[in-house]
Design a protein around this ligand. Structure first.
Ligand SMILES: [Zn+2]
Length: 293
């Protein structure tokens, strides 16, 4: 059985798909992205879970975004002292979603995880202090407050993409997030009158609707035949990828995506538009923030 690896080539954008200047799916909601300087590109590669690979990290967060603690084995320590594990729940920076933080501990030692990044098939963890040796068994524990805030933020950006597409048929052109705040660029020219108020109402209504969010792995052929996913330019994912990870806010927004999301829109909290800015013709920026209630 094959699963998708999403290896981030550059830092950048927030949801899935989009302009794919090189090989790949740039995250940005609902595809149709134009190229922008902060485009993130995912390099998808097929991975067999049936075959033991050395030097490959099983990205546990792709299947279980709720996992906060896990055990793993060190498979590599690179020249910078970063620790590669055979499996991890730490999300590595990519797709506009920042890395997780937390702690790795092992017999006789521990270190704070201050960053995580995907390098080819391996996720490397930057830790404070001396790294454990290759072969060491470690326990990883996420800073759950940070991760959950990022999940809420990532999900609200997909909600935003969905409502803006449904209401105005306008594609996203870029974006980025921090815990509980984000910016997204859309191809408006000009912004519709009363836009901030209208979009605030629409997004908060979708949050109140508490829509379930489902993650699935679709065979490539099935994904390519899905009208909703066609909108996200799923067809531009390299043919070597036989299975595509799909994040579906049921009834609102469905896209190929490698990020972590909450289980239903009700978990997001209250949505606020902080400001709107013009970044030039056909490119308007929305800065948003989330509140707990
Ligand atoms: Zn996304």
């Amino acid at each position: 059985m094959f699963a998708v690896h999403l290896d981030v080539v550059e830092a950048g954008n927030v949801c899935s798909s989009g302009s794919m200047p090189r090989s790949n799916v740039a995250p940005g909601c609902n595809g149709l992205r134009r190229s922008s300087p902060d485009t993130t590109e995912y390099r998808y590669s097929a991975e067999s879970h049936n075959v033991a690979h050395m030097s490959e990290t099983d990205r546990l967060y792709l299947r279980d975004a709720e996992l906060r603690e896990f055990t793993a084995t060190v498979i590599e320590v690179n020249d910078e002292g970063q620790v590669g594990l055979d499996r991890t729940a730490f999300y590595p920076t990519g797709g506009g979603q920042p890395h997780d933080s937390g702690v790795l501990s092992w017999e006789g030692g521990e270190g704070a995880v201050t960053a995580a990044s995907g390098k080819g098939p391996v996720v490397f963890h930057t830790i404070d202090g001396d790294p454990p040796d290759v072969g060491t068994e470690v326990t990883g524990t996420l800073d759950w407050d940070r991760r959950h805030q990022l999940m809420r933020t990532h999900t609200v950006l997909h909600i935003l993409c969905g409502v803006i597409w449904n209401e105005w048929g306008t594609p996203v052109t870029g974006g980025n997030m921090e815990p509980l705040s984000a910016r997204m660029d859309f191809e408006f020219d000009p912004l519709p009158e009363g836009f901030a108020e209208r979009v605030t109402d629409l997004v908060n209504a979708e949050i109140a609707a508490d829509r379930p969010i489902e993650v699935s792995f679709l065979p490539r052929g099935v994904a390519l035949a899905d009208d909703d996913l066609i909108r996200t330019k799923v067809n531009l994912i390299p043919e070597s990828v036989t299975e595509i990870r799909v994040v579906d806010i049921v009834g609102l927004d469905k896209q190929a995506d490698g990020g972590t999301h909450v289980a239903s829109t009700g978990e997001v909290g209250r949505f606020e538009v902080v400001k709107t800015e013009s970044k030039g013709k056909g490119n308007k920026r929305l800065r948003i923030r989330l509140h707990d209630s």
